[in-house]
Design a protein around this ligand. Structure first.
Ligand code: IMP
Length: 178
């Protein structure tokens, strides 16, 4: 088992600073309203925990878990809700919290199905965005960082369940033959 830590892409300090900025912006935009944060497990838990504690508006928190169908390790676009929300969304201001917006297939499915539950508003905050990889048209309303097309880990994001607890965002170096 490898014990070496992934190289740093975004430092802990930069993340903390950006999460505070996002929290300020979101708190201003939702002034006088209660936000229902919908965390997509497992990747969003660290980001959601930090973000939620810095919001100055009233907050309700719920989680859902989704999984991709199919044998491929790549996102197939066919998504199954494994753990659904407990809170009804009707007439609520919903903010979906995601770690990474990559092809967009997962979030597109989630957003489309949550819209059917008639929230008053529905927005997305993603800590990281990889626009180069997008396969469907979807944009986050709030983005922490645009990242290059690398496999990133840490601050909630994993590689085969590892590295979620890193306080920074690193990346997995591609193996080369040399
Ligand atoms: P999408 O459906 O391709 O947008 O991918 C959605 C999910 O795949 C993200 O929420 C992540 O959980 C996971 N994912 C995508 N890119 C990465 C990555 O670079 N590292 C770790 N997980 C990723």
């Amino acid at each position: 088992m490898t014990t070496s830590l992934p190289p740093i892409l975004i430092t802990e300090r930069a993340i903390q600073q950006r999460v505070s900025e996002l929290a300020r912006q979101i708190s201003a935009d939702y002034h006088d309203r209660e936000v229902l944060l919908v965390g997509i497990l497992k990747g969003s838990w660290v980001f959601l925990a930090d973000l939620a504690r810095r919001l100055t508006v009233p907050v309700i928190i719920d989680f859902m878990t989704v999984s991709s169908y199919g044998a491929s390790t790549k996102t197939s676009g066919v998504v199954k809700i494994v753990l659904d929300l407990k809170c009804p969304l009707e007439n609520r201001d919903v903010l979906v919290v995601e770690d990474i917006l990559d092809t967009g297939l997962t979030l597109k499915y989630i957003v489309d199905s949550l819209k059917l539950r008639r929230p008053r508003s529905l927005k997305i905050v993603a800590l990281m965005d990889k626009p180069a990889r997008r396969k469907v048209s979807i944009k986050a309303d709030y983005v922490g960082f645009e990242v290059p097309d690398k496999f990133v880990v840490g601050y909630g994001a994993d590689c085969a369940e590892r590295f979620r607890n890193l306080p920074y965002v690193g990346y997995i170096e591609e193996e080369n033959d040399g």
